[in-house]
Structures are given as structure tokens and as C-alpha cells.
Design a protein around this ligand. Sequence first.
Ligand SMILES: *Cc1c(COP(=O)(O)O)cnc(C)c1O
Length: 493
Amino acid sequence: MVYYHSTRDKNRRVTPSRAIIQGISEDGGLFVRDEFPQLKLHDILGKSMMELSQLVLSSLLEDFTQEEAAKCVQKAYGSTFYHEDITPLHILDNDYILELFHGPTCAFKDVGLQMLPQLIHTSLQKCKEDKKILILTATSGDTGKAALEGFKDVEDCSIMVFYPHDGTSEIQRLQMVCQEGRNVGVCAINGNFDDAQNAVKEIFTDAFIHEQAKQKNIQISSANSINIARLIPQIVYYIYAYAQMVKHKQIEAGEAICFSVPTGNFGDLLAGYYAKKMGLPIHKFICAVNANNVLYDFFQTGTYNRNRPFHKTLSPSMDILISSNLERLLYEVSNHDTKRIAHYMKELQDHGSYTISDDMKQALDTLIFPSCSSDEDIKETIHTMYQTKHYVMDPHTAVAYKGTCDYRDIDPKHKIVTLSTASPFKFANHVYPSIFNETDVNEQEAMKYLSAQCQLDIPYPLKDLDKKTIRYHDCIDKQDIKSYVEAFMKEMK
Ligand SMILES: *Cc1c(COP(=O)(O)O)cnc(C)c1O
């Protein structure tokens, strides 16, 4: 059996299914593994997204049987996505756009969050736990809705989502506050995404809340991308994209490619790194960020410093000052030095910054090329892409595409796949004006104009949102989150 252990302490080790149920290690570290099974090219070429999902799940979750993995894949992706390829690779001359937004909430988080509840449910059964799971999640918009969709009415699970009051788009907010399901809760927090995320993180290590939960036989867990059950499904589309590149004769089998990843919490990019660890020929990752450029500066200088103003941008799902999953990459490039990681994370907690060693910086330089987009860059990228290639992209994808262009300037040789993480209709109020040089339009109108002028259908999940009933109205201060969660637990059946 291969175990998962904390990034901060190798002695805190658990089986894969335990790691899934627990979500985060008790010391605040994230679960990682030290060995990765190696994929052979002939095992992945020609396979569908679902076949590859089963392959990856059963190789990284050693205590799952083939049957269990197959069942999870079927339930997660069998009938929930609107595209037969699930995550199609769109080829536009020499540009490759991996569209990850054809799921039930029109954003890439569906790939991980349709799978997570299935993996939790199966893990509970395997560990013969007759517990209930309470999922607590902080969201900057897309995670919340995708988690609610994944968990609604799943047996033995409840879910509570916190979002920053002014930190989401109107469509994202409506999607959440109109959520259906008997086991869900949604609440706004005064503050930004980091405030919400930190408040939720504190609950995970809060002794009082844990005691309350224990008495009710409730296990508190996370749907944020710190859970390995969310990361592992995301590894698959990197492999699938590679197989598609070979299939469509864009590369030779074995040729290394690059991926440009619009980055926030660093889960998506990390999943790509794990694909590389499993043997996928990847040359470099472009870490593309918006005006919240903590990561850009970090990869340039080796100093991570969150002490800076927080910007609300056109790509709100990437408006983040602390990218949690970076800790896992640091663990890798430190040669698995848990003491050093624990030290950096304490520095981050106490002072808001840390500086990595030269050897770690060098290792990151060979792996990652950072790129950064202002809101002006985003608008221009969306505009130019439509003018030149008639492709409509959302603001997050635009950040990644700018990264693709930046990197191509210094390395014209490697092919680059751009990850597209949201449907342009989800952010139509920015996309439509950028393409047609219009001034502000409201979101619902923008969707209709975009659909008419670009001859694209509005995706089904985004239609008629304004006609649904709002079920959730609460907005609280972050210090009240504890009592709010306590009250929610009392109601859990
Ligand atoms: C969450 C999100 C991202 C960032 O992904 P991370 O895994 O947090 O780095 C990018 N784009 C969209 C649309 C998202 O919802």
C-alpha cells in the first residue's frame, strides 16, 4: 500500500481513502505521496476521457478496486457533461484550447467536483465509517456552485458554502443562492476570498468545532482543491489532451509539450505537474495570473509575499493572495523536506511572506514560466482572439492565452495547450463589451447579445437564472462563521 502523508510531517500518514475523508492533515499540511506510478504511452493513446479517468484513479488510489473506480467514473461523468468528449481539445491552426467548461456549472471545477462526492462516498464505505460528512468550502465563485452541484442530495453528506459578498459575478451569485437540494447551505461573508478561505481553514483546526462534530458523529471535510480527491481527476485531462494532440497528428508520440494554466489556488497547475510526475512528456507549465500577481512575483524572485493590496479583476475566480496548493509543489522541489515546508508555512502565517532557497528556486525555473495579465490585457486578448480566429473566450482563459503568447515569444518550438476554464457566457458582461467595443451591459442582456452576434447557444445551465427562486439571503462577518457552522451542524439529519 502506498500512503499519503502531510507536507509538513511524514509521520502523519494515511491510506488514500482516509486522506479523501479527512481532506487536510490535522497539522494543517496537505496530503502528498512520494512515489508516482508510471504511465506508458501505449496505455493512454486512443483512450477516452472516461477510460483515462479510470486508469488514473485506480493507479493513484491503491485501496480502490477496479470496479469501484469504474463506478465512480460512470456516476461522475456518465451523463453530466454537455460534450461527448467531456473535455474537448479545440484546434485553431497552431493554437490548442482545452475546453474544460462543458459540465453542469460551465466551469472547469466540475471535472473535480463531480468526482469528489463519489470518491468520498466510496471511501466512507471502504473505511466502514458510519459517519456523516460535512463539506465546508470557501469559494471565489466557481468552486461553490460546482461543489453544490456535485454534493446535492448525496447520501451521508451535507455541504455549506461561503462566498465573499462582493467577490463573485452576479451570475455566479445567482447560481449559488438558487441552489436546490435538501443537504445544502449557502452564506455570504463580508470580506474577500482570502478572508473566507482563512475563516474556513481555521474551523478545520478548531478544537471546539471538532468536539461538537464528534458528538454528532460528523466528520468535517473540504471540497477545496486541497483534497486529493479533487486534484486526481484533474490530472486526467492533461493526459487526455496529450493523447488528442497525438491523435490529431499535431505532435509525435513522446514529443514534449507545454500547458498554459490560468492559476488561482494552484490546484489545476499542480494536477498537471502530477501528470508530468506520472511520465507525461511535459516541457514547461506557464503559470498565468491576473493583477493579483503574487505567484508571478514569487516565480520571478523566490519570495512569496502576500502583503499587498487585493484587486478585484475581470477574472474573479483567480483573485487570490494565498495559493494553497503551491505548498505541494514546494514539497516536491525541496526534495521532500517536510521541516523546511513547515517552516515556510509558519513564516507565511506569521509574517505573510517567505523566501525559498536557491536550489528550490532553480528547480522551479526549469519547470515554470510565469505570465501576468492586467484587466486591459484581458480585454485586448478576448477582442483580438475573436477578430483573428472567431473564437470566443472567457476572461480566465484570456489570461492563460496571453501566457501562451508570452511564452511562444521565447520558445517557438514547443506546442502549447491553453487551458480554458470557463464558458464565455458565464462572464458575458465582460466578454461581449470586449469583443464589440461596447460599454457596460447587464449580464443577462450580454448573454443574449453574445449568443446572437457570435452565433453560439447559451449553455443550458445558464439559461433563465433570473427566473429561479432565491433560497439563501444570509451575509455574516468572518468572526461569526464558527457559530454559523455550529448552528448548521445542529440542523444536520
Ligand atoms: C478556480 C478557477 C481557476 C483557477 O484554478 P486553480 O486550481 O484555483 O488554480 C481558473 N479559472 C476558473 C474559471 C476557475 O473557476
